[in-house]
Design a protein. Structure first.
Length: 394
């Protein structure tokens, strides 16, 4: 009996042994071209991969945020700092509002440790992806229909912006299974575009007024009623501003007579439609200064670590006006397709593919009846998913 009692005490003592907890000190720095080093008051978020554990701390005057009571694990560290025009002017000499962001994935916490991240960002306000419908819809026969995909781009600023030569593209990320994109480390300031289209124009032919948007359709038809469409589709794209028409000898793509065509800039491969992944892709809108064809020919590269001869077009991240990444589900959080300066988060369709649902950017505020959409360069915070499609509706 005495031995059993001693054994039970030992077992209870082992069960009650405390799990070791650690501290992570995060230093957030301004970009290199700023006068100061530590980003005072930056918001720093920490989330443990594979769990719901998350915390947010505001950095001190030196840009330091301390997280305590952390279990052993893999964490993601992200930071944001919104700066007024006067704050930015004191740091850079340029009087413009900016939003700075940074993210560091796969941070291992095995003991008390420190990590330093550097913010980056661009001017607030411009064109943004407002609503994107990539998931497709199911047919009455339970088939898959994707020709109703569309992309709505909104003027989030207070100025008229011209859409002439505006490019929309998909950035190459994974191959077929989720993994860290091989481009991110090899090209820290560039993005590899696998295909893109652009709006033709001489410079000031296609104005987008503040609070207005343009809609780019895969096929500019009424998908709900057209005989080539899908009665289960949620959208009518016959009034879209542009469509992506793929000219082929077999004429498989639909050239909607009432919707003008974009110009194809480049594609590693093109089927009979410009189909972006129904599992989610990495989307960007950008501009190329000068002749687009000449730029493409001068800025091609093959995928790092690959033996494939397929070439992609490299664009400087500074050319990107807006971008966001969508995943198949929320298990892919540590496998980004875009640099954090473009999108430090992600969105996804929680119901899977062919759901007839879209993702839509959140409204931050309304000024004189004009919605201003949230744009923190973090799609996890900026977008609502599982949304009914309402193209053109603010």
């Amino acid at each position: 009996m005495l031995l059993l009692l001693l054994f039970a005490i030992v077992i209870i003592s082992c069960d009650e042994e405390e799990v070791p907890l650690y501290q992570l000190t995060v230093t957030v720095n301004y970009p290199d071209n700023y006068n100061s080093e530590g980003a005072d008051g930056a918001m720093v978020a920490l989330s443990e991969e594979g769990s719901s554990n998350a915390d947010t701390v505001q950095a001190d005057a030196s840009g330091v945020a301390v997280f305590t009571g952390l279990r052993t694990g893999i964490y993601t560290v992200s930071s944001t700092k919104s700066m007024s025009a006067s704050e930015t002017e004191s740091e850079t000499g340029i009087s413009e509002e900016v939003l700075l962001t940074a993210v560091e994935n796969n941070v291992s916490v095995l003991a008390d440790d420190e990590v330093t991240i550097t913010l980056a960002g661009a001017v607030l306000g411009d064109l943004v992806f407002k609503e994107v419908y990539y998931a497709g819809s199911s047919t009455p026969e339970d088939g898959s229909y994707f020709s109703d995909q569309y992309y709505e781009i909104y003027n989030n600023s207070t100025d008229v912006i011209y859409a002439d030569n505006l490019c929309i593209g998909v950035v190459d990320g994974w191959s077929f299974s989720p993994a860290i994109s091989p481009w991110l480390e090899e090209y820290p300031s560039k993005s590899a575009v696998q295909s893109f289209w652009y709006i033709p124009g001489a410079g000031e032919e296609y104005p987008i007024n503040p609070g207005e948007s343009i809609i780019i359709a895969q096929d500019g038809i009424n998908h709900k009623t057209d005989e080539l469409g899908n009665p289960n589709s949620p959208v009518d794209m016959s009034n879209a501003d542009w469509e992506t028409f793929v000219a082929r000898d077999d004429n498989r793509d639909i050239d909607a007579p009432g919707v003008p065509n974009l110009t194809l800039g480049y594609a590693t491969y093109m089927g009979f439609d410009w189909l972006t992944s129904v599992f989610g892709g990495a989307y960007v809108i950008f501009r190329i200064d000068g002749d687009i064809d000449s730029y493409v020919e001068a800025n091609k590269a093959t995928k790092p670590g690959s033996t494939s001869a397929t070439e992609y077009v490299l664009i400087d991240n500074e050319m990107v006006i807006d971008g966001f990444q969508a995943y198949g589900d929320d298990s892919e959080t540590s496998m980004p397709k875009l640099h954090a300066t473009i999108d430090a988060g992600f969105t996804f369709d929680p119901n899977g593919t062919y759901t007839g649902k879209c993702v839509r950017r959140k409204v931050k505020t309304v000024i004189d009846g004009r919605p201003v959409y949230q744009d923190t360069n973090n799609s996890t915070d900026d977008f609502l998913n599982d949304q009914e499609c309402q193209p053109g509706v603010n």
